[in-house]
Structures are given as C-alpha cells and as structure tokens.
Design a protein around this ligand. Structure first.
Ligand SMILES: [Zn+2]
Length: 240
C-alpha cells in the first residue's frame, strides 16, 4: 500500500478517534488497504495484517515498545522487527477439534463476532466461541451449537489460535534485571492506535505553534516538509 500523507494520517485519526475499539480497528484496516465492505467478515488476524501494513508504511519496519516485567516490575524497552509481530499464515483457515466426546468444526473469530458479543456480558466468552462453531457432532449425530457443553467449548481457543495465529501473537520476552521469561500478548490495534494518537497530537501542536507564529493555515503548515517545519518551530520559539 502507498503510505498516507500527513494530512491523510490526520484524517484517519480524526475518523477513528471517536470510535469504540473494534470499529476503530476496522477503520484503520481500511486505511491500510482492506475492502470496506468485507473487512468486518475477515478473520481478526487477516484484518490485523492490514494494520501491520498501515503501520509499517507510515512509521517504518522497526517497532518500539515498553513492557513491565511481571516478576520484578522493571520497565523494559523493546525493539521489535516485522518478523517479531507477524505470524506465519495458517496451513488451513479452519479446524476440527475433538473434545469431551464431541467433534467440532471451527472457523476463526471475525470482527463481526466481536461486535455481536458484548465483552462485559457474563457469558461473553461462551457466546463468542459458539459463534465460531460451523458444525458439531457426537457419535456421528449432528448436535446444535447451543447443546455443546463447556468441556467441549473449553477445547476451542487453542484451535482458534492455530487457524488464525496472527490474532494471537505473543512476544517471547526475557527480563534483563531478574531473568524472568514470559510470553506477552501483542495487540497491533492498540499499539498502532497509541502511536497514531501521539503522532496526530504532536502534528496538531506543530500546526498550532506555526499558525500562531506565522499566521499559516493548517494546509500551509502540512505543505512544509517535517525537516523545514522543525526549523521554523525553533525560529518561532526563539522569537516568542
Ligand atoms: Zn524482571
């Protein structure tokens, strides 16, 4: 995909900033090249592939992150590459799980599923898993999804991760202070949004400062390259 201009990134930020998390991830995926009409039905990992593309085209291939060691509380700075945050494509985009005497055919979780199930509902996890069941059998007999016991549903998350690994990226981390080793989940939607929000606010601050200093409009400021803008900002600051 072509990198967005600064004005394009500001427009993307503006459109996404008022949205709840899943809708926001969808808006960012569309900015990353996903089809608006079909993105909601993509497996979450495929949707996140568009977020990775957007992030790398706008901010480059290196990822920085801060994590806190769960054992000693030390704050660690991470430098990640695209390989760290990109999972290999699944061999098959579906799975069949046998558990508790049931055979269950699955498909990956989509954004439509996440929108349909309120996260704070008491049975949210169960309902989300049920939505991913394509068919279920017991001793060769078709079984309705609602009849599946928890013992069968509990076996599904591992298989969901296998058929959509990009939706469940985990970073293998070692603490340099205490030696603790752990696997931290990496949520590209949260990461990208935090980065875009910081970027947009800094850009608007520059527009504000240069509008005050020189009487330029927003489009005037954005037409000036970032390198020149830094110099004008220094000059505006030195005369303020
Ligand atoms: Zn530690």
């Amino acid at each position: 995909m072509a990198a967005l201009t600064e004005a394009g990134l500001l427009g993307t930020w503006e459109a996404a900033q008022a949205l709840p998390a899943v809708r926001r991830a969808l808006a960012l995926a569309v900015a990353g090249g996903a089809q608006p009409s079909t993105v909601v039905d993509l497996a979450v990992g495929r949707r996140d592939g568009f977020l990775l593309a957007l992030r790398e085209s706008c901010f480059g291939p290196a990822w920085q992150a801060l994590v806190t060691c769960p054992a000693c509380g030390e704050e660690l700075e991470l430098e990640l590459s695209g390989e760290d945050v990109r999972a290999p494509a699944p061999a098959v985009p579906a799975a069949t799980v046998t558990a508790a005497g049931y055979e269950v055919d699955l498909r990956p979780v989509t954004s439509r599923d996440l929108l349909a199930v309120r996260r704070d509902a008491p049975d949210a996890r169960r309902r989300l898993l049920q939505r991913c069941v394509v068919a279920a059998r017991q001793a060769g007999r078709e079984v309705a999804t609602a009849e599946l016991p928890d013992a069968a549903l509990d076996a599904l998350p591992g298989a969901l991760s296998t058929c959509d690994p990009q939706a469940d990226v985990r970073l293998s981390l070692d603490c340099v202070t205490c030696g603790h080793h752990w696997a931290a989940p990496f949520d590209v939607a949260t990461y990208l949004w935090t980065e875009l929000d910081t970027y947009a606010r800094r850009l608007m601050h520059e527009v504000h400062a240069l509008a005050l200093g020189y009487g330029w409009s927003e489009s005037d400021v954005l037409a000036v390259s970032p390198a020149r803008r830094r110099y004008y900002l220094e000059l505006a600051g030195s005369t303020a």
